[in-house]
Write a protein that binds this ligand. Structure first.
Ligand SMILES: Nc1ncnc2c1ncn2[C@@H]1O[C@H](COP(=O)(O)OP(=O)(O)OP(=O)(O)O)[C@@H](O)[C@H]1O
Ligand SMILES: [Mg+2]
Length: 245
């Protein structure tokens, strides 16, 4: 379980998070929505200790990572897979080497075992046989899937997705949504999905939380969110209903 309490984060005079509280339960898939610039990516980076808050607590199971040293945080980060907003692959490495990066660093595995895990993860995202391709040879959707394969390779307990469907056509986006659902079902991971795509939010979320004015303004089950009268939620819902076929 992840528990965030009274979290404050600013950049110079820009106060991005203001006393944010959030609990992420084991095995759930929590979606965080919020407009551009509201601090969604910053929140994910705080959870894995890539950014430091001015104040607050971030409990990863029974350890508060706020105030921890670099090495300690690095150890805890191994429990996480992170799918970045841009796929963030290394262009000079093959698909297999991109997927294998973290697992080669963390596990002392034989080459055969590493390769077999890479193959397994590529198959999970439906990219079997793509080991020797380079990122430049892949479409945007394929790159996102390589990013997911890389995130799951080390058997993380938690996977954080930053805008996994943004910039993809509807069919490719749906493909990624289904992958996130499959991850939850088959690997029992806890996921946090940041998005402003309400279709994606309703497809993958057990719970949806709105980040607004530096805190979690409202949260609820998808069905509750659909009925909510909050003006900011309404803006997201209107966009969603207008785009629905
Ligand atoms: N490293 C940084 N240095 C200074 N300001 C930053 C930094 N990272 C983020 N910010 C600022 O923090 C605010 C929140 O940024 P963040 O990237 O979390 O937004 P977001 O909700 O993810 O937006 P989007 O939906 O566009 O990705 C923005 O005002 C941004 O300019
Ligand atoms: Mg962002």
């Amino acid at each position: 379980m992840i528990e965030i309490k009274n979290l404050w984060k600013s950049f110079n005079s820009n106060q991005v998070l203001k006393s944010l509280y959030l609990t992420i339960n084991d095995g759930e898939s929590l979606v965080i929505i919020g407009k551009s610039g509201s601090g969604k990516s910053v929140l994910l980076k705080l959870i894995i200790g890539l950014l430091k808050p001015e104040m607050g607590e971030i409990w990863i199971e029974d350890e508060n990572i706020v105030g921890m040293g670099f090495r300690e945080v690095q150890k805890i980060r191994r429990r996480f897979g992170f799918v970045f907003q841009a796929a963030a692959l290394f262009d000079s490495l093959t698909v297999a080497d991109n997927v294998g990066l973290a697992l080669r660093k963390i596990f002392d595995w034989s080459e055969n075992k590493a390769r077999s895990r890479i193959r397994e993860c590529l198959a999970f995202v439906d990219l079997q046989g793509m080991e020797n391709k380079y990122p430049a040879e892949l479409s945007g959707g394929m790159k996102k899937r390589v990013g997911i394969a890389r995130a799951i390779a080390t058997y993380p307990r938690y996977i954080l997705f930053d805008e996994p469907t943004t910039g993809l056509d509807p069919e490719t986006a749906e493909n990624i949504n289904q992958l996130i659902v499959k991850l939850k079902k088959e690997m029992e991971v806890t996921s946090v999905v940041v998005t402003h795509d309400m279709h994606s939010a309703f497809t993958v979320g057990d719970r949806i939380a709105l980040l607004y004015d530096g805190k979690i303004e409202v949260e609820g089950k998808p069905a509750e969110i659909r009925r909510m009268n909050h003006p900011e939620i309404q803006k997201f819902l209107i966009g969603y209903l207008l785009n629905k076929k």
